[in-house]
Design a protein around this ligand. Structure first.
Ligand SMILES: C[S@@+](CC[C@H](N)C(=O)[O-])C[C@H]1O[C@@H](n2cnc3c(N)ncnc32)[C@H](O)[C@@H]1O
Length: 427
């Protein structure tokens, strides 16, 4: 069989590039005069173009991540060499050794070339524009519509009157405050925002399209919630997190796993209330019922015991392009389920796969129906969480973990055969 022609990676002859910065997905700038990316009269990019732009952007980000990793490895190697050589240098002990090597220059040039190609493809701005066009009804639509449909099917309906203004709602009678963290938000007018279900919505994106309503923030750098924000601080921990078409944006399998793991830290904790529960002891406004043994969650207004909400929240709305699980060598739906279970997404509330997209609604935490009584986070996952909590973790692949070499879910073939893609999530 004829070998597939590889896209040339290393073409630029440019000399210098900063190697100090970590991976920043937002570093690609929009190039002026994107003649071939002209929009249609309605302001939408033609669908052929949007697909090409999205695909190219993802491919280039992947190449960028590989080279950045190689650069980090090469720098570590040079430092090790310098240390070894330094042992023999006495005269020039105060000289700072330079970080150079032929290989490093080559890698830097390659990185420069990739960054240039990302710019030429329009950068994150045009990528987002292409994604917004994809959210148009005629192109498959806004994924959050399905989330709202599912919530309604699960009995979670709007208790607030939606107002016309973006993302705001008018207070009616509010049985329980429901909060949403939307990671990778392109619009404050999607179905989540207009549904009236959520009392508080925080939208974040690497590159905000609407700074008034969408905060520019990298989720992997978002400060972790305070310990005290266990269940009742809507701005720190949330009832629902949406990760729709975001994890596949991340180029590195390990960072994808960490993004999923990180999401668990920003969810409210489901409390199986017990009178002796430490978490509840100093919350004087909490009233227990007679048995003191039912599942509850509490708000700033006090305990709200409503099993309908407890069945659903806290939860994660997760969306990937379907081929990530239907046609990948390294990820299947079953394998993903194992990964999700291992980090605490214990119950699948809803699930759908179409030709284009795969959707999941995962409930987080100790299950209410006793279906998984032995659920405990494995020591590995616990360790990863501790690293995160010690703030030494910023989501970037760390060499330390690589060195440990023991992954709970390494990159291994789970779906062999030809014609598959290489999408993977590791942990
Ligand atoms: C394909 S768009 C998806 C938008 C929308 N959620 C949807 O479902 O259509 C992916 C978005 O995720 C954002 N994104 C990727 N990684 C992110 C991160 N670490 N933190 C915040 N936003 C991120 C990108 O900037 C981009 O706007």
């Amino acid at each position: 069989m004829a070998k597939k022609k590889k896209t040339p990676l290393f073409s630029s002859k440019a000399k210098s590039v900063s190697i100090t910065g970590k991976t920043t997905f937002g570093n690609a700038k929009i190039t002026k005069g994107q003649g071939s990316l002209a929009t249609s009269p309605a302001g939408m990019l033609p669908s052929k173009h949007t697909r090409r732009i999205i695909r190219t952007h993802h491919t280039l980000l992947k190449q960028q991540a590989i080279i950045q990793k190689d650069i980090e490895k090469e720098i570590a190697q040079i430092k090790r060499n310098n240390q070894t050589n330094g042992a023999n240098i006495t005269k020039h002990a105060l000289e700072v050794p330079t970080l150079t090597s032929e290989k490093l220059t080559e890698l830097q040039n390659s990185l420069e070339s990739i960054n240039k190609q990302i710019e030429e493809n329009g950068g994150i701005e045009i990528y987002q524009k292409a994604s917004i066009s994809g959210q148009d009804n005629s192109r498959g639509g806004d994924t959050s519509k399905l989330l709202i449909e599912w919530l309604q099917e699960l009995g979670i309906t709007a208790h607030k009157k939606p107002k016309k203004e973006q993302g705001t709602t008018e207070d009616v009678k509010n049985p329980r405050k429901i909060s949403l963290l939307e990671v990778g938000s392109l619009s404050a007018k999607n179905a989540c925002s207009t549904s009236g279900i959520f009392d508080y919505i925080e939208r974040i994106d690497l590159n905000s399209q609407d700074p008034k309503y969408i905060k520019q923030q990298d989720f992997m750098q978002r400060p972790l919630p305070k310990k005290s924000a266990l269940v009742d601080e809507n701005t720190e921990v949330f009832d629902l997190i949406s990760l729709s078409l975001v994890v596949n944006y991340v180029s590195d399998p390990q960072t994808r796993g960490r993004m999923l793991l990180r999401s668990t830290e920003f969810l409210k904790k489901r409390i199986i209330s017990r009178k002796n529960s430490k978490a509840l002891q100093n919350k004087s406004h909490i009233k227990f019922n007679d048995t003191g043994d039912i599942s509850t969650q509490y708000t700033e207004k006090g305990l709200v015991n409503d099993s309908k909400y407890d069945e659903v929240f806290p939860c994660l709305f997760f969306v990937l392009p379907a081929p990530c699980v239907t046609n990948s060598r390294y990820l299947t739906e079953d394998h993903l389920t194992e990964i999700m279970h291992s980090i605490g997404y214990t119950k699948l509330l809803k699930h759908k796969v179409t030709n284009k997209l795969a959707y999941w609604l995962w409930s987080f935490g100790e299950p209410l129906d006793g279906a998984n009584e032995n659920f405990r986070l494995s020591p590995y996952v616990q360790k990863e969480l501790n690293i995160m909590k010690n703030q030494s973790f910023n989501g970037a692949p760390s060499n330390d973990t690589e060195k440990q070499g023991k992954k709970l879910f390494p990159k291994k073939e789970v779906n062999p055969g030809g014609g598959k893609n290489n999408f993977a999530i590791t942990l």
